[in-house]
Design a binder for this molecule. Structure first.
Ligand code: C2E
Ligand code: MG
Ligand code: MG
Ligand code: MG
Length: 283
């Protein structure tokens, strides 16, 4: 067959490519094994309501507890979220763990607020996504108003809008909030805010970064806050690292913030203690 298609096929198959394919296959195997060993776990970063300084929820962020390399962030295992099949398996594992963590916290009397789970574009290729998500919550006896899903604008690209709309409608109607993540970095088509049941907008950390010195970033952040406010959405700033950034956001009416200024993502076991010891920061 390769011969019939001509010489190009042979020329294109370089040693580099073979290495790349083999590397990819071994990464896939590694992630599948990590899942089986329970090494891929959610860490939790608190979300702070700026007016009150209260913890109103957390964002679940995947981590790979790698036996050799230590705690890895998603950048080191991105195929877990991009590969069509892997993303479903990893997504299933994360939602199960989040549901069981939330159930445990609530049963212990620890009010974790609303917990956000990131969903990748690849996960939306799976028709059963929303249904399965809801089944897992129900099985763990976790109310849907304890959950939020974070999606990025890439879910709207290159696939049927009705399919995505159906999944989002299922989430929304069940009481799960929907946040548009990394807002402004992708195909910031404002029609998405109108066409889909979006509840919250997350301002990407690249705009929050250096807000106090970068007039362009300050202007963009302000515009997104105003857009969210006038559409009746909550605006959440991510990647807040300094008190000046927190003060700016609070003064401009941004409802929530998360970032290393408040707290780094933490293991599930540390959440109840964190909640107990939380004191309102001087913002
Ligand atoms: P994201 O959803 O935009 O998450 C925010 C990222 O900002 C996280 O990176 C978080 O650790 C990081 N961050 C938090 N505070 C600060 C700060 O003060 N400064 C800076 N510079 N960064 C901060 P992380 O954990 O490496 O995750 C990267 C991305 O991977 C996430 O971006 C999300 O898109 C994806 N991801 C993480 N967990 C999951 C998951 O379970 N499923 C899917 N589909 N994607 C995930
Ligand atoms: Mg997110
Ligand atoms: Mg984000
Ligand atoms: Mg981001």
């Amino acid at each position: 067959a390769a011969k019939a298609r001509g010489r190009n096929c042979v020329v294109m198959y370089t040693p580099d490519m073979r290495l790349h394919i083999e590397h990819k296959a071994s990464v896939t195997r590694g992630i599948q094994e990590a899942l089986q060993w329970g090494q891929i776990v959610p860490f939790y970063q608190p979300k702070i309501e700026l007016v009150t300084g209260r913890v109103v929820g957390f964002e679940a962020l995947a981590r790979w507890r790698h036996p050799q390399y230590g705690l890895l962030t998603p950048a080191a295992f991105s195929s877990a979220f991009e590969d069509p099949e892997l993303s479903i398996a990893v997504g299933e594992s994360i939602i199960r763990q989040v549901a069981s963590d939330v159930r445990r916290w609530l049963s212990q009397g620890s009010d974790c607020g609303r917990v956000a789970v990131n969903l990748s574009s690849a996960q939306f290729n799976w028709i059963g996504l929303a249904k399965r998500f809801l089944e897992v919550l129900q099985a763990a006896d976790v109310p849907t108003n304890r959950l939020e899903v974070e999606i990025t604008e890439t879910v709207f690209m290159g696939r049927s809008a009705t399919h995505v709309a159906k999944a989002l409608k299922q989430f929304h109607e069940s009481g799960i909030r929907i946040a548009l993540d990394d807002f402004g970095t992708g195909y910031a088509s404002l029609i998405h805010l109108k066409q889909f049941p979006v509840d919250d907008i997350k301002i990407d950390q690249s705009f929050v970064k250096d807000l106090e010195n970068d007039a362009d970033n300050a202007a963009i952040v302000l515009a997104v806050i105003e857009l969210g406010l006038s559409l009746g959405m909550d605006v959440i700033a991510e990647g807040v690292e300094t008190v000046e950034q927190a003060q700016f956001l609070k003064a401009k009416g941004c409802q929530q913030a998360q970032g290393n200024f408040f707290a780094h993502p933490m293991a599930a076991k540390d959440v109840p203690g964190f909640l107990q010891n939380w004191t309102v920061p001087p913002v």
